[in-house]
Design a protein around this ligand. Structure first.
Ligand code: ATP
Ligand code: MG
Ligand code: MG
Ligand code: MG
Length: 565
């Protein structure tokens, strides 16, 4: 690619509304441009990177035996009624009507559609196991789209769905997907951890999230320093009951007497529309009446929120035991689990500290909690929570816990019979009897990975792409203010030689000043930079600098080809 013929649109200024490094850098490099809240255009440079991610994902999915297909993004209401998710999915589901008043939704995921496909296509156990995948746009009407493509409304997901007779077969494919994900994120050059995740109200046997480790991550993670134990905070909470974590008295004293709040109160406090608050319920906690605010922009929580909504009354009074029975979660923990961290949760005294802990934090490391939060919404440093949590023994007893933050880039899930039962997706077994299939589902946030990688790999000058994701591996920068033909010739020759070797190269032939050219190449994160200049041509050398090196050095072209492999 010749930059003179490309659309590179970098900007120096840090965009005002971009809070985290990856969002800022994606805008400054011109990789993405905002169209509307949570909707982004992938400019040519951004798309090049996303295609790299897609390619690695596709290769490893194919290698693991999954089969690519493509399903529509518009899905009919009737299918979603069959699984009862038309109502239960909650506010993230974008509902659309056509000119005949037929109702549809824009796909936030595709369990319904793929299971419908499977029930029509699969007739016999001999066709199983099978694992279908697609790389396709999704839409989720996130309450708070933010951080650019990290939490967008429209985004690109790789979603796979496997079908089985029998748990053993499901377990094997689950493991194959787990291994494929490990290869994908390793090949992409990311620092990541697979953590145990809660299967929540969806049920099923196993679930892991793949988390890119980054301070700006929205998810709180718990690791054991003495063993392989790693879980997201929700799962860690389920394994380690509150009682095992003594809460320091001083911490508890900071929480006031609970007060009742209406949806309107909560909305006013949050500065959002009341419609964005799913529910405020009043709960009889162990130490008195507790108001609980639930906003549903998380699938697991929507299921829980949906179940809560089935409880009688707009401001239902329920006992702790009732809440536990309906949601599988203690009061005080329904709100924060998996939800964005700013959700205020009003908890009883006994739950205060753990709710803080689950609440995690904003990316700036703060979060709200407190009973009388309208007056007293206090901001607690994540560091304070860390003190409470860290050094509790890990649930497997083999180490002690420490906390970290992550960006969820992948999620594997054993769904079991949930969708196939609802949609009556059966095959005939060996004895000719109809059996409901078991399913697994496996998601990867393809577009989110681009942002997550930048979050992990950047410095003051810009992005440091892992080689597998770089838009180009090498930049050839031509410095030729005098327009000398021998310099142009040398740059063109090198450019052609690199291309012949199959190395992705960009030729910076824009005629910019060296400083501006280098700043651009560093900003967009090209791993290898080679300068062709009058001085170098005379000396028969190239000035080479790796993006992660402090200094440049002079090498010849043979050395350059050798180091690029
Ligand atoms: P999150 O907890 O971040 O809301 P999720 O658990 O709702 O994600 P899944 O239903 O597991 O997401 O979807 C599979 C993958 O899709 C996620 O692991 C994530 O990488 C990606 N993803 C989900 N929501 C978004 C979004 N709003 N923007 C970009 N990527 C997303
Ligand atoms: Mg979500
Ligand atoms: Mg999640
Ligand atoms: Mg998930």
């Amino acid at each position: 690619m010749r930059l003179s013929q490309y659309h590179l649109a970098t900007v120096k200024e840090v965009p005002a509304d971009a809070e985290i490094a990856s969002h800022q850098l994606m805008l400054r490099t011109g990789m993405i441009r905002k169209l509307a809240a949570g909707l982004y255009t992938w400019a040519p440079l951004g798309l090049r990177v996303m295609r790299k991610v897609e390619q690695v994902v596709r290769e490893e999915m194919d290698r693991a035996g999954a089969i690519e297909m493509l399903m529509p993004t518009i899905q009919p209401r009737e299918l979603w009624e069959e699984t009862t998710r038309w109502q239960k999915f909650g506010g993230q589901l974008l509902k659309i009507k056509d000119r005949k008043e037929q109702e549809f939704c824009y796909a936030p995921t595709a369990e319904e559609v793929v299971t419908d496909f499977a029930r029509n296509e699969l007739k016999s156990y001999k066709q199983l196991p099978v694992n279908f995948y697609q790389i396709q746009t999704k839409f989720r009407d996130e309450i708070r789209p933010r951080f650019g493509v990290m939490r967008a409304r429209e985004f690109v997901m790789k979603d796979a769905y496997s079908f089985h007779l029998g748990q053993d077969s499901l377990g094997q494919t689950y493991q194959a997907m787990y291994d494929a994900y490990t290869r994908i994120f390793s090949r992409l050059g990311l620092k990541f951890r697979a953590v145990q995740a809660d299967t929540g109200a969806i049920g099923g046997n196993a679930s892991h999230e793949f988390q890119v480790l980054a301070d700006a991550g929205e998810d709180a993670l718990v690791f054991s320093d003495g063993s392989d134990y790693a879980a997201n905070i929700e799962k860690a909470e389920a394994l380690a009951p509150t009682t095992s974590r003594p809460a320091p008295a001083a911490e508890l004293e900071r929480v006031d007497t609970p007060t009742q709040k209406t949806i309107e109160d909560v909305a006013a406090f949050l500065k959002v529309e009341p419609s964005q608050c799913v529910k405020t319920i009043l709960v009889q906690g162990s130490k008195g009446l507790v108001a609980l605010c639930v906003r549903g922009d998380h699938e697991v929580n929507e299921v829980k929120a949906g179940k809560l909504a089935e409880m009688p009354g707009e401001s239902a009074l329920a006992t702790e035991a009732e809440i536990l029975a309906v949601t599988g979660t203690r009061p005080g923990f329904i709100g924060p689990v998996g939800l964005p961290a700013e959700i205020p949760v009003i908890v009883d005294r006994s739950a205060a500290v753990l709710a803080d802990f689950i609440c995690g934090g904003n990316q700036d490391g703060t979060h709200y909690s407190g009973a009388n939060w309208e007056r007293d919404a206090r901001v607690t440093r994540v560091e304070d929570i860390r003190k409470v949590v860290e050094g509790d023994p890990s649930p497997d007893g083999k180490g002690s816990l420490r906390m970290g933050r992550g960006i969820e880039v992948g999620h594997v899930f054993q769904l079991g019979g949930k969708y196939a039962e609802a949609l009556k997706a059966t095959v005939l077994d060996e004895s000719g009897k109809a059996q409901v299939m078991l399913m697994g589902c496996y998601g990867i946030g393809v577009s989110r990975i681009v942002a997550a990688a930048i979050e992990q790999c950047h410095d003051e000058a810009g992005i440091l792409w892992p080689e597998a994701m770089a838009p180009w591996r090498v930049a050839v920068c031509m410095i030729n203010p005098k327009g000398l033909p021998e310099v142009t010739q040398a740059a063109e020759t090198l450019y052609a030689q690199l291309q012949e070797r199959g190395i992705e190269v960009v030729l910076d032939d824009r005629g910019l000043r060296p400083g501006a050219m280098f700043a651009d190449m560093e900003l967009i994160g090209i791993p290898h930079r080679v300068v062709v200049s009058e001085r170098g041509v005379a000396a028969g050398t190239l000035e080479y600098r790796a993006r992660n090196a402090a200094e440049s050095r002079n090498i010849d072209s043979a050395e350059l080809f050798a180091l690029l492999g």
